[in-house]
Design a binder for this molecule. Structure first.
Ligand code: BGC
Length: 248
């Protein structure tokens, strides 16, 4: 286990982490979860990472961390749904210093996308795969022939004068108490816009609501094949660990 990578999924409610077996694309030990602090500034989150890693003293490999924002070369550049203190933070440097480990930060949807393409729903698929995560916001990963184009941020496309995620994220469905049919109409508008812009070969739909995909994916009216993600709530941790290993 010593050199196995460790993945951390930093989300709005929980911070989850586990050592990852990259041959299997799965956790190598049972994951641990901490509650995300109310004010989840970079410094408060760094302290939780220290506590989380301390639970796995035998795992000393590189550490990958997902962040729900734009990440370029370890620096966070946006914070749509997290504390604004993240903007401009060199998260790679901060977490490496706090934990004494080799830490690499990656956008949350990009991590999920890497994991789905390598191990999950889009395994073995050629061409352009667009993985979207439907949660509080909409995350996106564009992976062409297995190569990630990072920070695509397709949740923030302007559609009919609205930031797309404010209408089509799962949070909009619950906030506005939309029926599956009504939400599916909004999703159709959203994915049709992606089709027009990118002509993808495959859409993969992740995020917590993807476990209920039978209720809404069949209602979408699209040209492109669209399938649910497979790694479910493991995608962030597995993808982060993969990213850390391949960035090291
Ligand atoms: C953020 C993205 C993130 C997505 C899902 C969006 O609001 O801008 O960076 O991937 O939410 O968390």
């Amino acid at each position: 286990m010593a050199e196995q990578p460790f993945g951390i999924d930093f989300g709005g409610t929980g911070i989850k982490g586990a050592p990852v077996d990259l041959a299997l694309g799965d956790f190598a030990a049972e994951r641990e979860r901490f509650r995300t602090p109310e004010k989840s500034t970079p410094d408060s989150v760094a302290q939780i990472f220290v506590d989380l890693l301390a639970k796995f003293p035998d795992c000393q490999g590189p550490v990958g961390v997902t962040v729900p924002g734009v990440v370029r070369h370890g620096v966070v550049h946006s914070a749509a749904n997290i504390d604004k203190a993240w903007i401009g933070t060199d998260a790679d440097a901060l977490f490496t210093k706090a934990t004494g480990r080799d830490v690499h930060v990656v956008n949350d949807a990009d991590a999920a996308g890497l994991a789905e393409v390598r191990y999950g729903a889009a395994k073995g698929r050629r061409g352009l795969v667009i993985v979207t995560t439907l949660g509080t916001g909409i995350g996106s990963a564009m992976v062409n022939d297995g190569v990630l184009v990072p920070n695509s941020e397709l949740g923030h496309l302007q559609i009919d004068g609205h930031d797309a995620e404010s209408r089509a994220a799962n949070s909009a469905r619950t906030r506005e108490d939309l029926s599956w049919e009504h939400w599916a109409k909004r999703l159709t508008t959203y994915y049709r816009t992606l089709e027009m812009l990118f002509s993808p070969d495959l859409f993969v739909v992740g995020g917590g609501v993807s476990k209920e995909s039978d209720a809404f994916l069949p209602l979408l009216d699209l040209e492109t094949e669209i399938i649910p993600a497979q790694l479910r709530n493991k995608a962030g941790v597995v993808g982060a660990a993969l990213y850390a290993t391949e960035s090291g």
